[in-house]
Design a binder for this molecule. Structure first.
Ligand SMILES: Nc1ncnc2c1ncn2[C@@H]1O[C@H](COP(=O)(O)OP(=O)(O)OP(=O)(O)O)[C@@H](O)[C@H]1O
Ligand SMILES: [Mg+2]
Length: 240
């Protein structure tokens, strides 16, 4: 079966001196193209560890990881970097924008690494900013933007190489209710209109309700994998 992501018995053990932390203790699941998945679980249950592996930012201790049906644990660092840049979009809780660059220059960064020329970079960065409704903020630096706007810039940057998979680790963790709703509507639109596979980590049931499937973790194990019930409404109210 074709999966965007397929994990087989993935483990991750961090070793610090004498201490071993078993952050993931045998995780297996698949995610098909076009899915919208939320990952939930208590603090320390292994969610970010999993996201870092999914995003090829870290390697598992054991197990197999297939990204677009290709086993990635044997790839070189250069191949992984290329894969991250071309095939994946990342969104982080803390936005990770470069403070001295305005929105358009932040968004075009992945294109610089990909060797795209100046004119095309500008055009594509502006188009990506337009998609997240930030055209009039293109010249603003991160300090001149609200948290929600900064996160929209980060999403535009994640979209710039047209990834088929977007990974977001607590993308609304620093945002108020209204901004969280806007961000989740952007993810929902990317998923429903453009068929992008979306995987988000969240602590909020209301945020997870935007997804179509919830994976719940406890102590490094996947303890529940269930569809979101009552799916079909275009949007979901957030009440906190
Ligand atoms: N780089 C690291 N070195 C050592 N231990 C780590 C490292 N990163 C995470 N851990 C440990 O691995 C376990 C899982 O951490 P992880 O960050 O994946 O949790 P999480 O589910 O994302 O939690 P949170 O909801 O607080 O973000 C924790 O016990 C943590 O202390
Ligand atoms: Mg985390």
């Amino acid at each position: 079966m074709k999966h965007v992501v397929e994990l087989r018995n993935i483990t991750k053990t961090y070793v610090i001196g004498e201490i071993q932390v078993k952050a993931l203790r045998g995780i297996s699941f698949g995610i098909a193209p076009g899915e919208f998945v939320a990952i939930m679980g208590a603090s320390g249950s292994g969610k970010s560890t999993l996201m870092n592996i999914l995003g090829c930012l870290d390697q598992p201790t054991a197990g197999e990881y297939y990204l677009n049906n290709r086993e990635v644990s044997n790839l070189s660092a250069a191949e992984l970097a290329r894969l991250r840049n071309r095939e994946l979009g990342f969104v982080f809780q803390s936005y990770n924008l470069l403070p001295r660059l305005d929105a358009i220059h932040n968004v075009e960064l992945p294109l610089i690494y990909a060797g795209v020329g100046l004119a095309e970079r500008k055009e594509r960065a502006l188009a990506a900013l337009e998609r997240v409704g930030l055209t009039e903020r293109a010249k603003h630096r991160p300090v001149e933007l609200s948290g929600g706007q900064q996160q929209r810039v980060a999403i535009a940057r994640a979209l710039i190489n047209e990834p088929k998979l977007i990974l977001a680790d607590e993308p609304t963790g620093n945002l108020d209710t209204a901004s969280s709703l806007e961000i989740m509507q952007i993810f929902q639109e990317l998923n429903e209109r453009r068929g992008i596979t979306v995987i988000i980590v969240t602590h909020e049931e209301d945020i997870a309700a935007f997804s179509k499937r919830i994976l719940r973790f406890r102590d490094g194990l996947l303890i529940e994998d269930a569809p979101v019930v009552g799916k079909g409404a275009a949007t979901h109210e957030i009440s906190r």
